[in-house]
Design a protein around this ligand. Structure first.
Ligand SMILES: Cc1ncc(C[n+]2csc(CCOP(=O)(O)OP(=O)(O)O)c2C)c(N)n1
Ligand SMILES: CC(=O)[C@@H](O)[C@H](O)COP(=O)(O)O
Ligand SMILES: [Mg+2]
Length: 641
């Protein structure tokens, strides 16, 4: 398919300036070619496909009508930006999307002047666009802020905080609501129902001057007929919506795949004297690619696939994914415990809660993209005697930090946090890396922080969290497959703050938290081969620390190394603090901490990322040898230079 792909018109477009030189009648062909190129590229790379396919026409129309990059176009989340990347000078690298050294899967300021604002977490686009608009207004410079935000992203509080504050931008702010009636999963909640009502009823609630102006650019037969009647307002501009109440001129709903409508409407919006304006565009996620349109998830995120059949490449069968081990165990626990509830913020399958949602629909809550609400909602449930599990990716929980501190920890409420995608995540890169949760959670009074070394440990920790009613507790675990250990028939309740010795030695101690345990054991083998007898401990808890175990290890070994899949300020920092407070380093112990580096790592394969981070077996060995060399000037036989 890639070989037979012909894109004669797209081949002439390197930049939006080339696009603007085309006749309006050529835009349909351009959009068709752009769609084919997007499909072909993602077939090779994998990635976020459905959202991009839904905004092909919108992408063409925005760049055709607006003066990008002087007008600042901000894509919310940024997962729909592949067609935009193709039209903005990056087509030659589009088949490197999400690969090490390749293009980011999201918008990124360092990549292009056409990406004025980086994203990947949702619902930031209106605030950022407002910032651009107001900055230009103050400086007396031309240039609008244009936010394209999906119906899913529109469920988050930030979007409303921004709209509430947008009036001063006037006509410099344009918000394009891309309503495809989908989030990653089908959208939930009152806002989604409201948008559906607007689209289906098109009820007339009054229209303003803008409607008259819109007519100027509409194709004649439509404009002439509509201008006279309410039909115009029903079809194109409709007042009285929630958005108007918030101070926006509302334009819509518009068919987002019909360039003959999109172009004149956007031209009117561009030229309007009033504002801010919200354009409600209706699109189809996965548009124009049969397998995507037919799929339940609309090919939101895909593996590499065969373009003709749409069949995605499958990873060879392997151990279960952590998310599913968690989801299955929680669902099982909920069979005998009617107080268990599960909450997701728009990630029901990513967090493994699909099974729970089917088995216990009354106790499953998808709150939409609303992490802050998810946490405080869980706090309320906990305060009323329920056992809520808030399953949120590490990176997205960052957004709800004050809720964790203020609503959960200060009140010591037993909210259970199932923190998925902890550690480095691969192709999604720095925005999605779960680097900081150990740091930001283990510093909080009352909080317990656990990290399983494998999927069997995750079963035990899930069970332990269920039974932990005395305060908040978190389990952090990574993206991807477990290690292949046998899953326990019976989950055990772990003693809070107690680790375990996995391998006993006497010279070097490796203190591991989480799934680096495998690398720690490999390193121990390598050290043993060099004559350095090595203990490996799985600490299980970053908070509370197993002080007895740590004291014992630090006073009976010559070198101690902590390792974790987390940034500075986590396990290593807590062990160092304890060791210093307890006088454990006074006698000359060589204590080292291995953690994520103080940089934002770009996308790559996780194993490459961890090697870059210095968190693999080689790095552990090197650290130990360096510590010994530093002390004695010599190292055991076979040591690397
Ligand atoms: C704060 C935050 N929470 C969750 C996500 C995960 N996420 C990425 S895209 C998406 C759905 C977005 O839906 P919508 O805005 O309607 O865009 P569509 O994919 O439908 O084009 C979600 C939940 C995220 N990126 N950011
Ligand atoms: C864009 C976005 O935020 C999600 O689609 C994310 O990429 C999903 O990540 P996982 O593949 O780890 O579920
Ligand atoms: Mg959507």
């Amino acid at each position: 398919m890639v070989d037979v792909l012909t894109t004669p018109l797209l081949d002439t477009v390197q930049l939006p300036s080339d696009l603007r030189a085309l006749a309006p009648t050529q835009l349909r062909q351009l959009a068709d070619e752009l769609r084919q190129e997007t499909i072909a590229a993602v077939g090779v790379t994998g990635g976020h496909l459905g959202s991009g396919l839904g905004v092909v026409e919108l992408t063409v129309a925005i760049h055709y009508v607006f003066d990008t990059p002087n007008d600042k176009l901000v894509w919310d989340v940024g997962h729909q930006c592949y067609p935009h990347k193709i039209l903005t000078g990056r087509r030659d690298r589009i088949r490197t999307l999400r690969m090490g050294g390749g293009l980011s899967g999201f918008t990124k300021r360092s990549e292009s002047e056409y990406d004025p604002f980086g994203a990947a977490h949702s619902s930031t686009s209106i605030s950022a666009s407002l910032g651009f608009a107001i900055a230009n207004k103050i400086a007396g410079k031309p240039g609008k802020g244009i936010a394209v935000i999906g119906d899913g992203a529109m469920s988050a509080g930030m979007a409303y905080e921004a709209m509430n504050n947008a009036a001063q931008a006037g006509n410099r702010l344009v918000v394009i609501l891309n309503d495809n009636d989908m989030s990653i999963a089908p959208p939930v909640g009152g806002l989604s129902a409201y948008l559906s009502r607007i689209v289906s009823s098109r009820e007339f609630l009054g229209f303003r001057d803008l409607a008259r102006k819109l007519a100027k650019h509409l194709p004649k037969p439509i404009a002439a007929g509509m201008r006279k009647t309410d039909e115009f307002a029903r079809g194109i501009a409709m007042g009285g919506t929630l958005f108007e109440e918030l101070g926006f001129y509302y334009v819509g709903p518009i068919d987002g795949h019909n360039l003959d409508q999109l172009i004149p409407v956007l031209e009117n919006v561009r030229d309007a004297e009033e504002g801010p304006i919200l354009v409600h565009v209706v699109t189809k996620k996965g548009k124009g690619y049969g397998p995507a349109e037919a799929a339940a998830d609309k090919y939101h995120g895909v593996q590499k696939f065969d373009v003709i059949s749409g069949v995605q490449s499958k990873a060879p069968p392997g151990p279960p994914q952590y998310q599913n081990v968690f989801g299955a165990q929680l669902s099982k626990e909920a069979e005998s415990d009617p107080t268990i509830c599960a909450i997701t913020a728009a990630m029901p399958s990513g967090t493994g809660l699909d099974a729970f949602s089917k088995a216990h629909p009354d106790r499953f809550f998808d709150v939409g993209i609303a992490e802050q609400h998810a946490v405080t909602f869980a706090a309320g449930l906990a305060a009323q005697g329920m056992r809520p599990f808030c399953a949120i990716y590490s990176t997205f929980l960052q957004r709800a930090y004050d809720q964790v501190v203020h609503d959960v920890c200060i009140q010591n409420l037993p909210v259970r946090f199932a923190i998925d995608r902890a550690g480095l995540v691969g192709a999604d890169g720095a925005t999605h890396a779960g680097s900081f949760d150990v740091t930001y959670l283990a510093t909080l009074p009352n909080m317990v922080v656990m990290a399983p070394a494998d999927e069997a440990e995750l079963v035990h920790m899930t069970h332990t969290a269920v039974l932990h009613d005395s305060g908040p507790i978190a389990i952090r675990y990574p993206r991807g497959n477990g290690t292949g250990v046998e899953l326990p028939a019976q989950a055990q309740q772990l003693e809070i703050g107690k680790g375990r010795i996995v391998r006993l030695g006497h010279k070097v101690a490796i203190l591991s938290l989480g799934t680096r345990l495998g690398e720690a054991l490999k390193a121990a083998e390598a050290l043993e081969a060099r004559g350095l007898s090595t203990t490996v401990a799985d600490l299980r808890f970053a908070k509370p620390l197993d002080e007895d175990l740590i004291r014992k290890l630090l006073t009976t070994h010559e070198v101690a190394v902590t390792i974790e899949e987390a940034a500075v300020g986590g396990l290593g920092a807590h062990v160092l603090t304890f060791a210093s407070d307890d006088g454990l380093i006074d006698a000359g112990l060589k204590l080292r901490t291995l953690r994520l580096p103080d940089i934002f790592q770009d996308q790559d394969k996780p194993e490459v990322q961890y090697a870059q981070a210095g968190l693999d077996a080689d790095a552990i060995v090197e650290t130990v040898l360096k510590a010994l060399r530093h002390n004695s000037g010599t190292v055991a036989e076979g040591a690397r230079a």
